[in-house]
Design a protein around this ligand. Structure first.
Ligand SMILES: [Fe+2]
Ligand SMILES: [Fe+2]
Length: 258
């Protein structure tokens, strides 16, 4: 299955650079508490597809909110980025489990499937008008864009990428690097930190990376001990055995950006 922007009605209109920092007045930005809870619930649902991605959406939501606040955005704006963080990988519901959990490199056809997920995710939330008005839909659509324009699905660059999507891109990569996946080990926090700094101005917005370095210490503490305790944590040997999430020796070259 491959879906592009031509599929389905109105996605272009619904994601039309509706970034929260422009046009929409701040008082209109508040997402109801129930929307947050629903987003959180859907994030856990998508993570449940793969035992190795336990807590990924929760972590991305948490880190995104911390980054947004460190960048000086208002609490309402940070909350919107947080909700988009919960939902960012929603579109993976359309990617076969055997592709997501494949313990080796992906074929080009499988990569094409994986790369549909930002468009599919944006389309899933787009019937909810508030998601479009607050820019959440656009953040989901653009969370794999790169600052240098080498990302997907549109190859847009710099400030053409919604700010929330630039924030989520850093949070997503941090969480992905720290987690063990079927095809590689998890990285130590320090190594993931250095990788994000190395990709400043290429993959990532420099102002987001600067905010990340400012709050790296509390983020490291969060990943070590402050995470939520819902579901089984594959970091524990028992849960790892039960989940079938294996430790591979050495990193395979499979990209972190999926
Ligand atoms: Fe949350
Ligand atoms: Fe993603």
């Amino acid at each position: 299955m491959y879906l592009d922007h031509a599929d389905g009605p109105d996605l272009d209109r619904r994601t039309k650079r509706c970034d929260f920092a422009s046009r929409v007045s701040e008082s209109a930005l508040c997402l109801p508490h129930m929307v947050h809870q629903l987003a959180e619930s859907l994030g856990w649902a998508i993570d449940a597809k793969d035992p190795c991605t336990w807590s990924h959406s929760e972590d991305v939501a948490h880190v995104s909110r911390r980054l947004a606040l460190a960048m000086g955005l208002s609490r309402d704006m940070a909350e919107i980025v947080h909700v988009a963080g919960h939902l960012h990988d929603m579109g993976k519901i359309g990617v076969p489990d055997m592709v997501l959990a494949k313990p080796s490199g992906l074929t080009s056809e499988e990569w094409a499937m994986v790369r549909t997920h930002p468009v599919v995710g944006a389309r899933i939330v787009s019937p909810i008008a508030r998601m479009n008005e607050t820019g959440v839909t656009g953040m989901i659509l653009s969370h794999h864009e790169r600052y240098d324009g080498q990302g997907y699905p549109d190859g847009i660059c710099g400030e053409n990428i919604p700010l929330g999507a630039r924030v989520i891109a850093v949070a997503d990569s941090l969480s992905a690097m720290l987690q063990r996946r079927p095809y590689r080990q998890g990285m130590p926090f320090e190594k993931a930190h250095d990788e994000i700094v190395r990709c400043r101005e290429t993959q990532f917005d420099p102002q987001v990376v600067d905010a990340f370095t400012m709050i790296a210490q509390p983020l490291e503490a969060y990943f070590k001990k402050g995470r939520p305790s819902r579901g089984a944590d594959p970091e524990t040997p028992h849960a790892r055995q039960a989940s079938g999430c294996q430790t591979m020796s050495g990193n395979t070259p499979r990209d972190l950006q999926e």
